[in-house]
Design a protein around this ligand. Structure first.
Ligand code: CMX
Length: 436
């Protein structure tokens, strides 16, 4: 199985490093948790070790230590393309190595072989009412594939612990091969009168996804290659990735884990922000009949803030810089759609919003995040339905979830069980009295 040799070659080294840390430095204190942190979403409290990706506040996302620019430059590209093959990015996250073109293509081939979605999954999607959100349909479809889980079947037969990750990887390859087809099915069912488009086996995963969404413009295939690269992972402590990891820590199979992660991604403070941001930009253009001037944008931003709302696509819980994922998409836009009304608007907003947010004196990060521009690019290529954008996001992010879950099983990570305190306990700790 693809990637098995890479993980096998690495796993003993990483296990030894982790065991040494626990054995020799198990008592080393790395942080003190404050009452304020406990009361504000355990913000910034280190909760686990994960080497697949991390976010540097001052420079942004790194995949296996490589910055976004390095990943864009070093990974093998699809033929005639400016952007890396999705199979190569998956190889890097899962296999901890920049792959050769042949290796990246092996992942793509593996996905081709495993892409068939069982018919009952489509039946489940069809059973949803018209009013259902595409994310609920997507999550339910993924959940339903738990019935196919090889991990679950082998676990029932008493599989030994050191085999867990092999079967988890097997399930992960099935899942990641199928999700673009499921997402495209939902899209065509919901917005294109159920006119389904057959996959094209000659295309790489991202280009095939673009094709199944109904756009065969080579530039859209390029956008989807970039999109898949930028959305695959963002450190294992954000809501969705951590949820998938937490559920997996109970030895739930990959489908249960990833469906749970997607439910977290569906929240407006997380994955849904790309939809909200695009709607905000569309309303801005509508209000001023086209690309608004700097003064008009300022007026609109101040109005949004005065209504007690946030400016979607700006700010971040960890980042303290322009998100490099925003920059990569901005560069794509400048090259491919410089005259697009919504793109020009997004650029003008970028020129105005940071100073306004800085002036509020309370926003920790006034800079744009990935969501500030994602929808703008999708709009240009005809994917106009903003409530579908989180499904696009999820199709890529599931790949990151699976890398974390497979590695957690490979390293023998235990079930997660932090501690909840009562208010009385906390008050007693502070006053030095007994809470009983
Ligand atoms: N517009 C207006 N106000 C903002 C703001 C924004 N874009 N970002 C932060 N603030 C405000 C907060 O609401 C908070 O105000 P109160 O003290 O009145 O509650 C204050 O600034 C301090 O917040 P913060 O420390 O800067 O930000 P948090 O870490 O609490 O929250 C985030 C981070 C992303 C939820 C927030 O910046 C936000 O709501 N941004 C807009 C939504 C968005 O773009 N989300 C996508 C994030 C990317 C992702 O996770 O996928």
């Amino acid at each position: 199985m693809i990637l098995e040799d890479r993980i096998e070659a690495n796993v003993m080294i990483w296990r030894e490093r982790m065991n040494r840390l626990i054995k020799e430095h198990g008592d080393y204190v790395i942080s003190n948790v404050t009452v304020a942190q406990i009361c504000s979403g355990i913000r910034g409290v280190p909760i686990q070790i994960s080497d697949i990706s991390f976010v540097e506040p001052e420079s942004g996302l790194r995949y296996r230590t490589y910055s976004i620019n390095e990943v864009l430059n070093l990974l093998p590209r699809a033929e005639g393309s400016r952007y890396p093959l999705t199979g190569g990015i998956y190889y890097l996250l899962m296999g901890n190595e920049i792959p050769t073109y042949a290796k990246a293509m092996q992942v793509e081939d593996e996905w081709r072989k495993r892409a068939q979605v069982p018919k009952y999954v489509y039946d489940i999607i069809d059973a949803f009412p018209e009013t259902a959100s595409p994310m609920s349909m997507f999550s339910a479809a993924i959940l339903s594939m738990s019935a196919q889980s090889k991990f679950y079947q082998e676990y029932q037969k008493g599989m030994p612990k050191d085999k867990y990750w092999y079967v988890m990887l097997d399930d992960s390859l099935d899942l990641t091969a199928r999700t673009p087809r499921i997402a495209a099915y939902i899209y065509n069912k919901k917005y294109r009168n159920n006119q389904q488009i057959q996959p094209d086996e000659n295309l790489d995963l991202a280009a095939n996804f673009a094709h199944m969404l109904g756009n065969d413009d080579p530039a859209y295939a390029e956008l989807m290659r970039l999109f898949m690269l930028l959305h695959m992972d963002h450190e294992n402590a954000n809501v969705s990735a951590h949820t998938a990891h937490l559920v997996g820590s109970a030895l739930s199979d990959i489908y249960l884990s990833c469906s749970a992660g997607l439910n977290g991604l569906s929240g407006p403070l997380h994955g849904l922000a790309n939809q909200e941001c695009c709607n905000w930009l569309l309303n801005l253009c509508k209000e001023y009949n086209g690309v608004p001037t700097t003064d008009q944008i300022r007026e609109y931003v101040l109005k949004t803030l005065a209504e007690g709302r946030v400016i979607p696509g700006y700010g971040h819980a960890v980042l303290r810089c322009v998100d490099p994922r925003f920059t990569a998409q901005m560069e794509f836009g400048k090259r491919n759609l410089p005259d697009d009304v919504l793109f020009r608007t997004a650029m003008n907003v970028f020129a105005v919003v940071p100073d306004i947010l800085k002036a509020t004196g309370k926003v920790s990060n006034p800079w744009p995040n990935v969501d500030a521009i994602t929808g703008t690019l999708q709009q240009h290529y005809g994917i106009k339905e903003t409530d579908f954008y989180t499904v696009l996001f999820g199709t890529s992010r599931i790949m990151g979830f699976t890398a974390h879950v497979v590695w957690a099983r490979a390293l023998g990570k235990p079930i997660e069980r932090p501690k909840a305190l009562t208010t009385r306990m906390l008050e007693a700790m502070i006053s030095g009295s007994s809470y009983r």
